[in-house]
Design a protein around this ligand. Structure first.
Ligand code: G4P
Length: 542
């Protein structure tokens, strides 16, 4: 039986024996434009997964939010989520690893890296706004990495675009086939619930208008007379027509097409009022891909490989302001990891005893006793682990595909109190390691130059250095527009270029030479004059 017919039978996760180990992992992210409802949906997924038992634990509700994730002042004052984190929860034998991606467009680098660690994504779209700019950008990253996407069309309880318009927009904007899974029964003021087109379940609120989804009724089909008693006639007639058209007019669900990134199942719902959240989680459990092979310099690493392997996709310093800790977020790619294992830290060639790995549950951390491919754990360390690092059980290959991007905004760092040079150096090193900024030391001159992908990152940088390192900094403009890593097979030519361009050359934090052009014209000119040199926009992290 194909997966396509599977879902039409309405069989639920749990009908068959739950898969074990990596096959039971679903590691995914939610992508969206700010305000589409990502935080609300995250919270509701955690509630549905039993990971939290109180609404408001994730989303800002005064002190609650501060307690959980708003450890950054900047996040509090701007009300945006600027850091990624991971939330693990289990339901019906499936382990879900939900990786949070920052919602703001300035943090694309961090988001990009987070997306290297997931196997699928949920795209949240506000039905009133459709596909917005940030959604499109994030979608492009998913497409580059062949990450399959489930679309959650949110806020059906509000006046929005008609459901067909939303479907067509997703189809056209993203060039994907769309397949309706859960359809709204009326929208806005006419909203009367949602209907699962595959299981024929009608989701509604016993409180009627304005209430949360608290009831599910099994129907025999959209013509079931039981619906007539529950939904006003004008809403029901329209729903029946629409559902009929939707079933016929769009692609039937095809699990393979979805997993290959050609088709997106679309679930209409309301995160705020709990409509279709359960359905969404069920679709993730049932159809989202388990861990996939990960690219490495020695070829793809299959998750079924016995030996443990993992890579660091994020490092976060000072997660707990009371303890100066640094946590490396590690995604496992193969094997069965057990706490206490000694892993090979490929970059340094040294063994690393992983004695205190952390799992991140919704509201707490716990020691991770084991992990399979797909799992994400945190490894506290004192700077040994960096973004892009590979851990293995002994082999010496390296996972690839975690680039460092050329910055688009460059500034010179001004230290307000010159006595705090040491703290500043430490702060820049730490935060560069997190990937928040790139740090360059000019060949001539003593002030650090920082590069970021978006200007909001500068505010975050200053705020964190003030808060976490008790050091005040300011920024001054520099004439440079970006940075390019320079290299050449001909060492002499590289050296000559550096000597001739001392004013525009710096070293990155690993001592690699970087050219800082004043604009596109200068970069073009340098390229033309130096055909033996490479000017790279990204560099693989090693
Ligand atoms: P984000 O993380 O994507 O930025 O969005 P978030 O969940 O914070 O939601 C943005 C706003 O949209 C919030 O309102 C939230 O309550 C609302 N929202 C989310 N899902 C739904 C839904 O299904 N229906 C309706 N009607 N609203 C929804 P807010 O007023 O900005 O915040 P709050 O005061 O409600 O927390």
């Amino acid at each position: 039986m194909s997966a396509a017919t599977d879902i039409t039978t309405g069989a639920r996760q749990g009908d068959s024996p739950a898969p074990k180990g990596f096959a039971a992992r679903r590691t995914f992210a939610i992508i969206s434009h700010p305000d589409a409802g990502k935080t609300t949906l995250t919270e509701k997924l955690l509630l549905a997964g039993g990971a939290i038992n109180m609404a408001g634990a994730v989303k800002a509700r005064g002190e609650n939010r501060r307690a959980r994730s708003d450890w950054m002042e900047i996040e509090q004052s701007r009300g945006i989520s600027v850091t990624s984190s991971v939330m693990t929860f289990e339901r019906e034998g499936i382990t879900f690893n939900l990786l949070d991606t920052p919602g703001h467009s300035d943090f694309s680098e961090d988001t990009y890296r987070t997306l290297t660690a997931v196997d699928s994504a949920i795209m949240v779209v506000d039905v009133a706004k459709g596909i917005e700019s940030q959604t499109r950008k994030l979608f492009e990253i998913c497409r580059l990495r062949d990450i399959p996407i489930i679309t959650f069309a949110n806020k059906v309880d509000r006046e929005g675009r008609n459901a067909f318009e939303v479907m067509d927009e997703v189809e056209e904007a993203l060039q994907l086939s769309v397949s309706p899974q859960v359809w709204p029964v009326g929208m806005g003021s006419d909203f009367h619930g949602c209907y699962d087109l595959f299981t024929n379940e009608y989701l509604y609120s016993s409180l009627r208008a304005g209430g949360p989804c608290d009831s599910v009724k099994q129907m025999t089909g959209i013509d079931d007379p039981a619906l007539d008693a529950m939904v006003p006639e004008h809403v029901l007639t329209r729903f029946r027509e629409e559902a009929e058209l939707a079933r016929e007019g769009y692609a039937p669900f095809d699990a393979d097409a979805y997993r290959q990134g050609h088709l997106t199942p679309v679930v209409f719902g309301s995160a705020l009022r709990d409509f279709s959240v359960d359905q969404l989680l069920r679709i993730v459990a049932r159809f989202a891909p388990p861990p996939r092979s990960q690219p490495s310099d020695k070829g793809p690493v299959d998750p079924r490989t016995n030996a443990v392997s993992a890579f660091v996709f994020k490092v976060q310093a000072n997660m707990d302001p009371n303890h100066r800790d640094r946590v490396a977020f590690v995604r496992f790619c193969s094997g069965h990891f057990k706490r206490g294992m000694k892993l090979n830290h490929v970059r340094s060639g040294k063994p690393l005893a992983v004695n205190n790995p952390i799992y991140f549950f919704a509201q707490e951390r716990d020691l991770a006793e084991e992990a399979f491919a797909g799992d994400v754990i945190g490894i506290p360390n004192h700077g040994t682990l960096r973004v892009g690092d590979t851990l293995t059980e002994g082999e010496t290959f390296r996972f690839t595909g975690l680039p460092s991007f050329a910055p688009e905004v460059m500034r010179r760092v001004r230290l307000e109190d010159t006595m705090r040079m040491k703290q500043l150096r430490r702060a820049l090193e730490d935060l560069a390691e997190e990937g928040l900024v790139q740090v360059f030391k000019p060949v001539i001159g003593s002030n650090w130059i920082v590069g970021v992908v978006g200007p909001l990152q500068l505010d975050v940088l200053a705020s964190r250095i003030k808060q976490e390192y008790k050091t005040d900094i300011g920024f001054e403009p520099v004439p440079f527009s970006t940075a390019r890593w320079i290299s050449s097979p001909d060492e002499k030519k590289l050296k000559t270029f550096i000597d001739e361009n001392k004013m525009s050359v710096a070293e990155d934090r690993d001592g690699r030479p970087v050219f800082l052009p004043k604009g596109d014209w200068e970069l073009r000119y340098a390229r033309e004059r130096n055909p033996d040199l490479r000017f790279d926009e990204t560099r693989e992290l090693v």
